[in-house]
Design a binder for this molecule. Structure first.
Ligand code: ZN
Length: 126
């Protein structure tokens, strides 16, 4: 049987999730504040505009990434609230390991399943 996390470990992961959530939310807030300015900016020539759009695209990319992570964090937090959080892989029920969860507390899958999912997503994209 795989080892599920004990209450103390779950509390630890929960506080990491809450911390990460706050960081992401403030990043997202900063990004949207900057974007309000893009349309108001005094863009004198094409070059300025290109540079501003490039920044904007990078920001959108970061924003999407952060939103995805935020979803995963909320998913994990909901499971903790519901008492359904185990720290096990959602795909194969094997241990994700506390070491990995400390680095990536919103991880849903063990490394094997994550690799498998990433590879199949790449295949789909091609
Ligand atoms: Zn797995």
């Amino acid at each position: 049987m795989p080892k599920t996390l004990n209450q103390k470990q779950i509390e630890e992961i929960k506080s990491l999730l809450v911390q990460n959530k706050m960081t992401i939310e403030s990043t997202l807030n900063n990004l949207s504040n900057e974007h309000v300015n893009l349309s108001e900016m005094d863009l004198n020539d094409e070059g300025d505009f290109a540079a501003a759009s490039r920044d904007y695209i990078t920001d959108v990319h970061i924003k999407n990434q952060q939103l995805r992570e935020l979803n995963l964090i909320n998913h994990a937090l909901t499971k903790i609230e519901d008492g359904k959080y185990t720290g096990l892989c959602e795909m194969c029920d094997s241990e994700i390991t506390i070491k990995r969860l400390r680095v990536k507390p919103h991880a849903m899958y063990c490394i094997d399943c994550r690799d498998y999912i990433e590879k199949s997503q790449v295949k789909k994209a091609v």
